[in-house]
Design a protein around this ligand. Sequence first.
Ligand code: SF4
Length: 423
Amino acid sequence: MHNDADTQSAPVDEQCSRARLNSLKEFHSGGRGFWQNVPDADWNDWHWQLKHRITTLEQLQRLMPTLTPEEFAGTQLANHKLALAITPYFFNLIDPADEHCPIRRQVIPRVEETHTASWEMSDPCGEDSHSPVPGLVHRYPDRVLFLVTDRCAAYCRYCTRSRLVSNAAGYDFHPEFDKQIAYIEQHPEVRDVLLSGGDPLLFSDDKLEFLLTRLRAIPHVEFLRIGSRIPIFLPQRITPALCAMLKKFHPLFLSIHTNHPRELTTEVRTALGRLAEAGIPLGNQSVLLKQVNDDATVMQALVQKLLMCRVKPYYLYQCDLITGSAHLRASVRTGLELMEKLRGHTTGYGVPTYVIDAPGGGGKVPVSPEYILSRNRDRVVLRNYEGKVFEYIEGSADSPAYKISENFEVPSHERRESCREKF
Ligand code: SF4
């Protein structure tokens, strides 16, 4: 609760940062922008949105005459690396007057994508080397990644799977569902299947239902997950019919992907609410990106707004060493500082796990600010989120340091009996 007395006593910096946080947390509609004359029925139809995506330099220039030389050159080259595609709905979230707009940086190509270093990779998570059959990644003991398509509603310029998605780089991805499913059937240790791509929610309801039905028929598959950025790029896709179909396959979780609080619009909130009403637990995966979300107030607004949309912030990823992403990668030091400013300062449910996907295929490694100052057999010295130091004693139960307390009263036989009756 905010009152005038609070405002008067808070230092000016604190008031400014609280005002900025509150402003970032407001929900707004994406609006219609250049598409004012499009009938509602078309605008709200996900097929219409896909058909009218911005995919060429000419379209982009027409809609955004403020393209910088770096963006112009990057867009000219995009179709050789990772295609350009932006839905009209998501395009409206870009501020054309702001060269550093955090939405713009995520989807508009830049010439820096052609700059590469020897430590960058086209497959930084080593997925191809952990694929027993094309389109299936078996990296961890009890779960698999099931890649179903190479298409997305829009393309993120830092995409870890840019070698594959959009097919601009000629990967020629053709998953064979029968082979992928047969592998899962033959591996009883696989209890968890994550459908990803590309974006599985680009499939028609029928096609997705067919796949989920086949997976649900495998007795050892306990748990299904879908990874999708569609609720953010194309919230129109989250129809009541889709949700009614998905709820037949519980337990089914959905991981969305959003990086900046401005992506959480009223349209997205409605879409996420529909998924939550269908009983689908929702988590969010963000990528730490330079000049997008490498700022404590932005990150705090993002996680708090996600909770308001019934989404648990799940992972914050250090940006993978994908070729041509240096201009978007924030440092690990920044990531640790952000985590320090979340833990204890906001709801624990709002604190994601910060991870680095170990380059070359080592899997996710959690990284965290150091809270244990020292540790030995008998005690752990900790610091809390305010920097205060505490000691947790770990003497073993048979240590001579333990004696029966002089004030401890051994209960009588009658009292013990009456306690037993109660339970
Ligand atoms: S939605 Fe996911 S798979 Fe598609 S481009 Fe973005 S990060 Fe890559």
